[in-house]
Design a protein around this ligand. Structure first.
Ligand SMILES: [Zn+2]
Length: 478
């Protein structure tokens, strides 16, 4: 099995440190707000990676953290703690915010069919381990204290700093890459342990050798958790491409200097981002899409899974409601086909025929070659459209689904759902659609046809079509 390694910028064969085991670490969510579909895609592709490694014969130990403290709003060790900020925004305590969004995160993971990782580690449950790691780095003379601010890692003492992102560390000026922190020795230095600022009243603070009221730096947790749950060295580490330049560089610096072992991570795997309608997802643009919203609009969560599988994890994906609508139709067709085969095919299959074996080989070649899911999904459709006996089709599709994770074994139950969802009931519509429909009804009463047409077009961009029947508006999913 091969994967693209960010460290070498090459596709490499996976040879684990202790075969057949693979220690795999995933940077988990920061639980201060709703999980959007960009996060969903990232963890979905991790899930596909884990499933594929297992199929390739590896014994995978998958560890993921839950960042429930210490992630500041900027990468520069300045700004507010995202959790404390979330607490103010939602008028709850930091602990309540963390619990609420962790629960919602896992609800989304379950809906999309992701398997739980072997270890889910909350950062606040591992404060002693993190303090211990800072002490280790301090004992090696790699840290310094900025009074009233915290303990910093001196990156000048780690000569290979910047290798992963191929950073030009020498040419870097403080503030160009990261906001300025008074007292930092080098632009790339970062906080290991932060102290509550004068006048600040944080909800989450801990005692440490550096002060009574402090909290861990964001990068520290991943090094400490890898050490505890995987070891000094990790086979595969995953995360978003936005983590390469700072967060993952810092993890490498902390871990390699603490243990004296290189490399900290053998294969770095990075997922690309999701855009919505060609734009970066953001609250201010109101294009922040969540999985519950997808479901609320009447789409099956697995339609989103199929849509994401049709793109490669290293490519940016552009989400549109039209794309999802297309994937929803494809998914409904797929489950109807598979359910049909399940009723027709009572006998098992022995040896696969030569054409079936060829399709099977093609599928697995694509999956083992840097998770080429778009090509693998295309093979799945070839099977569906082929003239192979249904028993063979069924065997192949269920084999593929071990890594695709579309839940096709339960196809008969899913068919019922697909039929039910094609009729959009009042209770399945979002407030936005409902208010647009009301506006349109009003426009029709006023005989303002251009306005009624404009509103119809707006509703259509959200994935629904409107028909006027006997003076009533009938809505269906496109
Ligand atoms: Zn991390």
């Amino acid at each position: 099995m091969k994967l693209y390694n960010t460290l070498s910028r090459k596709i490499e064969k996976i040879e684990s440190l202790h075969p057949p085991q693979v220690g795999l670490y995933t940077c988990g969510p920061t639980v201060y707000d709703y999980t959007h579909i960009g996060h969903v895609r990232k963890y979905l592709m991790d899930d596909v990676l884990v499933r594929t490694l297992k199929q390739a014969g590896f014994q995978v130990r998958h560890v993921m953290n839950i960042t429930d403290v210490g992630h500041l709003t900027s990468d520069s060790d300045t700004g507010e703690d995202k959790l404390e900020k979330g607490a103010v925004k939602y008028g709850e305590t930091v602990w309540q915010i963390a619990e609420k969004f962790t629960k919602l995160f896992f609800e989304s993971m379950d809906l999309i069919g992701n398997l739980r990782s072997d270890v889910v580690a909350k950062v606040t449950d591992h404060i002693p381990e993190q303090i211990e790691l800072v002490k280790r780095l301090e004992a090696k003379g790699l840290t310094y204290v900025i009074a009233g601010d915290g303990v910093y890692f001196d990156t000048a003492k780690f000569p290979t700093y910047g290798q992963l992102a191929k950073l030009d560390v020498a040419g870097m000026e403080e503030g160009a890459r990261i906001g300025k922190v008074e007292g930092k020795r080098n632009p790339t230095d970062f906080a290991l342990w932060k102290l509550e600022r004068a006048g600040e009243k944080r909800q989450m603070v801990w005692l440490s050798p550096w002060g009574d009221r402090g909290f861990p730096g964001w990068h520290l947790e991943c090094s400490a958790l890898c050490l505890k749950y995987i070891g000094d060295q990790v086979d595969i580490h995953t995360g978003g491409v936005d983590h390469i330049a700072v967060h993952h560089q810092n993890e490498i610096a902390q871990s390699e200097t603490a243990t004296g072992k290189q490399p900290f991570v053998k294969y770095w795997v990075h997922h690309n981002m999701v855009q919505v309608d060609g734009q970066k997802m953001s609250k201010s643009l109101e294009n922040f899409v969540t999985l519950p919203e997808v479901v609320e609009k009447g789409f099956q969560p697995m339609a989103l899974r199929l849509l994401f599988l049709s793109g490669h994890y290293r490519s940016q994906m552009n989400f549109t409601w039209d794309n999802l609508s297309g994937a929803d139709k494809s998914f409904a067709k797929l489950v109807r086909e598979v359910a049909g085969w399940q009723t027709q095919s009572k006998a098992g299959v022995g040896e696969l025929s030569a054409p079936a074996q060829k399709l099977k080989d093609e599928f697995w070649q694509f999956m083992y070659d840097d998770l080429k899911t778009p090509e693998a999904v295309a093979v799945l459709w070839q099977v569906v459209k082929s003239n192979l006996p249904v028993a063979e089709k069924l065997k192949l599709v269920l084999d593929f689904d071990q890594v695709l994770g579309l839940g096709l074994k339960q196809a008969p139950q899913l068919v019922g759902k697909a039929n039910q969802l094609s009729q959009v009931g009042e209770d399945q519509l979002t407030d936005k659609i409902k208010s647009l429909l009301e506006e349109r009804q009003q426009a029709r009463t006023n005989r303002d046809w251009p306005e009624a047409d404009r509103l119809r077009a707006e509703i259509e961009t959200l994935g629904y079509s409107v028909m006027d029947q006997a003076g009533q508006q009938k809505v269906s999913k496109k």
